[in-house]
Design a protein around this ligand. Structure first.
Ligand code: C2E
Ligand code: CA
Ligand code: CA
Ligand code: CA
Length: 272
């Protein structure tokens, strides 16, 4: 037997070692996949709660690895952020989505597409000017793009992030704060990023029917954004009860399995 499989290693240490091993392997595979453009995307409709009308679609990254199978973005995005691969990944998804929009411009009927970017992207010196140039290159109007930024302390602490956000906003992009309320310094992010939209995290929506605390939280978040004239989208709506509660409090739009699951881009176009 080799030395590290003996009793000198506790199960915890073995777990830790195999976890680190898997992470290292994922990083190597991710680099390869970025080079080979092995990622694709799905789209999940955003709808008006009162009518079900689709106004936008959120682009969700998908990675189907030859031997590992489907790897969830909830696993590989944080890792990509951690090891600095996120910048290349964001550029790749931007190219893919903009090129797709260019090909299907006449089928999008004035709807917008929402693209997730990492808060870390905003810390890149030329991020905003790069995205603006990219859109020009593909002939896509920034007004047809929403950039969803997951709330983190990274953003609220950095002048560079605020500058990039301001530049993007003045070029015509809509900015959305993702997972609002789940992260840090929510109020500061509103103040500094001046978003057009906040997205209420699924965490608060999922047990809305039975959890009075989350009811109060959602109601207050919606009221706050109404007062500030910021659009609210609720994530992860799965039941009619959740839909009814959110609508009654004035939430304008939502996403979730109750309406539509994430789907192929072709399927999405056929719904519009
Ligand atoms: P997110 O931006 O909060 O996206 C919503 C997630 O909730 C998606 O998971 C979506 O499939 C899932 N979802 C939507 N409706 C429901 C529902 O009714 N019930 C449940 N249980 N889940 C629902 P997904 O696709 O696995 O993405 C996970 C996260 O990975 C995203 O969370 C986002 O933070 C990140 N992500 C995905 N694509 C990208 C990307 O292109 N760039 C970056 N930077 N992050 C991405
Ligand atoms: Ca999102
Ligand atoms: Ca998110
Ligand atoms: Ca979320």
């Amino acid at each position: 037997a080799n030395w590290h499989s003996t009793h000198l290693w506790s199960p915890y240490q073995q777990d830790l070692q195999s976890h680190q091993h898997r992470q290292l392997m994922l990083v190597a595979e991710m680099s390869k996949a970025i080079r080979n453009h092995d990622f694709h995307f799905e789209i999940q409709p955003k709808v008006v709660l009162s009518t079900g009308q689709i106004t936008s679609g959120e682009v969700l990254l998908r990675w189907n690895h030859a031997t590992l199978g489907k790897v969830s973005p909830a696993d590989f995005i944080p890792l990509a952020e951690h090891v600095g691969l996120i910048y290349q990944l964001t550029q790749l998804i931007l190219h893919q989505v903009l090129s797709w929009m260019q090909q299907h411009a006449n089928q999008l009927h004035g709807t917008t597409l929402a693209i997730n970017i990492s808060a870390r992207d905003l810390l890149q010196q030329n991020f905003a000017t790069g995205v603006i140039e990219l859109c020009k290159g593909y002939g896509i109007s920034p007004s047809s793009i929403v950039l969803e930024i997951t709330e983190t302390s990274v953003v609220s602490d950095s002048g560079l992030a605020v500058d990039n956000a301001a530049l993007l906003r003045s070029a015509g992009f809509s900015l959305s704060i993702d997972d609002f309320g789940a992260g840090y310094s929510s109020m500061q992010n509103i103040h500094r990023l001046r978003p057009d939209e906040i997205k209420i995290d699924r965490l608060f929506v999922s047990d809305l029917d039975s959890n009075p605390t989350n009811q109060t939280l959602c109601r207050s978040l919606i009221q706050l954004s109404l007062d500030l004239h910021i659009h609210t989208t609720a994530e992860g709506i799965e039941t009619e009860e959740q839909l009814k509660l959110l609508s009654s409090w004035g939430c304008h739009s939502g996403q979730g399995y109750f309406f539509h699951r994430p789907m192929s881009p072709e399927e999405y176009l056929s719904l519009l």
